[in-house]
Design a protein. Structure first.
Length: 448
């Protein structure tokens, strides 16, 4: 075995062990709740990557699968280097092809789907690419070593075609390893696309002891006018009739410091509905999108007696000042919220339709599609009115301030006396929560 072969095998072993270590940490973080350490740089969102359905395969964290693959690479590299014509080399090539293919797949997802990078994931995939390049070099160098050794040790009576036949068999075995690795990657990708993992978690009530409770609105009585103001001359002009006041309905929620006016908020349902719940959401939040169909089912189950106030909290530093240091969030989150609120202000009767369209599927439509549809509904003013844009941005910052005090992720459901986080495991869990917190019962035409 040449020094080059030994060096390549040692480097592959080292890179594989690094990948095993990083994958083990990712697997640990996939199982335990909490924030990941050392991933606070701008454009990096390790927690978001691990919270996505792409981080699991049939419910198993892909970090565990990846760690096992790199552990197998570490175990096979030296046997393959010592005997490149053996099955060990074919197995190594299959494992490395799988690791490289999976690395390309998951890196692409981070750039084009998640729009946030996982530092530890990228380190693992970089190790995979490096291992791939070094394995190609190892294959040719070790094969050259083997041919040289065969020429030295073979007796003159051994026919020369024996060596060439061995090379042919080695090439076929290597090709088989490549094909096997490609098949493994195809299965990985196909299953993730066809059977996305359910990453929703049970809903949990959050602690509101640190939140300043909203005070009931106090109706101020006009002070009595001084006597001299009551004495008017006979020719005093008659006062113009007062303009009709806008409807108003103020409701208190324990998680908010100020009452909400249901007539001044985008909502799904009647502002005068008997039961009202407030949802804090972001159109780019995967868990918010998981909760959406459950709330839609709840509105159908309880009919007009239930309404949902929508409290937009984009997870983007462009309109939210409370993201962790170094985090920018999803750059398009603010734009989706601005479009939705703009549609509500300019064409409120069309808002539920637009909101439900934005929330369909696993991810929001492209920003271009969202703008085009919003302008079809509300007109050019939606994008051209700078005063409207500023009002909406100010609203989003205020609402983000309220979200920050709750110290919880999204989505959040706010009730008069409590607040609950999470998307839940299904509609039945959301039904039970609403019935326990609000006392709402199914509509007469719905099954109990």
């Amino acid at each position: 075995m040449s020094r080059t072969t030994k060096l390549l095998a040692s480097l592959i072993l080292l890179a594989a062990l690094v990948a095993v270590g990083v994958s083990s940490y990712l697997a640990y973080e996939s199982i335990r709740p909490g924030k990941m350490a050392g991933c606070t740089f701008e454009s990096f969102d390790c927690d978001g990557a691990l919270a996505s359905s792409w981080s699991h395969w049939l419910g198993v964290p892909v970090a565990i699968i990846g760690g096992l693959v790199y552990l197998a690479i570490a175990a096979m590299v030296w046997p393959a280097a010592m005997n490149p014509r053996s099955a060990s080399m074919s197995v190594l090539i299959a494992l490395v092809t799988s690791a490289v293919g999976a690395g390309i797949w998951f890196t692409g997802l981070q750039f084009f789907d998640l729009e946030g990078l996982c530092l530890y994931c990228l380190i693992t995939h970089a190790c995979g690419l490096a291992i791939g390049a070094m394995t190609v070099a190892l294959y040719f160098v070790a094969a050259a070593d083997a041919r040289s050794w065969t020429r030295v040790t073979s007796s003159a009576s051994v026919p020369s075609f024996v060596g060439s036949r061995g090379d042919s068999g080695s090439s076929l075995s290597s090709l088989f390893g490549i094909v096997a690795g490609v098949v493994v990657v195809a299965v990985l990708v196909g299953v993730q696309l066809a059977i996305p993992s359910d990453m929703s978690k049970p809903m949990q009530e959050i602690d509101l002891q640190h939140v300043t409770r909203a005070k009931p609105p106090v109706e101020e009585k006009p002070s009595k006018a001084p006597d001299f103001m009551a004495e008017g001359s006979d020719d005093q002009e008659e006062k113009a009739p007062a303009a009709p006041s806008k409807p108003e309905r103020l409701l208190n929620f324990a998680a908010l410091a100020s009452p909400l006016d249901t007539y001044a908020m985008p909502m799904l349902g009647n502002p005068d509905a008997t039961y009202v719940v407030t949802e804090m959401l972001d159109y780019t939040c995967s868990h918010c999108r998981q909760l959406h169909p459950h709330l839609a089912a709840a509105r159908e189950r309880y009919g007009d007696q239930l309404a949902v106030v929508l409290y937009h909290v984009p997870l983007s530093a462009d309109c939210n000042d409370h993201l962790p240091p170094g985090k920018r969030g999803r750059k398009e989150a603010c734009e989706y919220a601005r479009l939705a609120i703009g549609v509500w202000q300019l064409a409120p009767e069309k808002f539920p339709e637009y909101h439900n369209w934005l929330m369909q599927g696993r991810q929001a439509p492209s920003l271009g599609e969202a703008k085009q549809r919003a302008m079809q509904i509300a007109g050019d003013q939606l994008l051209l009115d700078n005063k409207l844009k500023k009002q909406i941005t100010d609203r989003l910052r205020r609402q983000s301030d309220d979200w920050h005090t709750l110290k919880s992720g999204l989505p959040l459901l706010l009730f008069p006396e409590s607040a609950v986080s999470g998307a839940g495991k299904g509609s039945a869990e959301v039904f039970k929560l609403l019935e326990d917190k609000l006392g709402v019962a199914p509509a007469a035409d719905q099954p109990q």
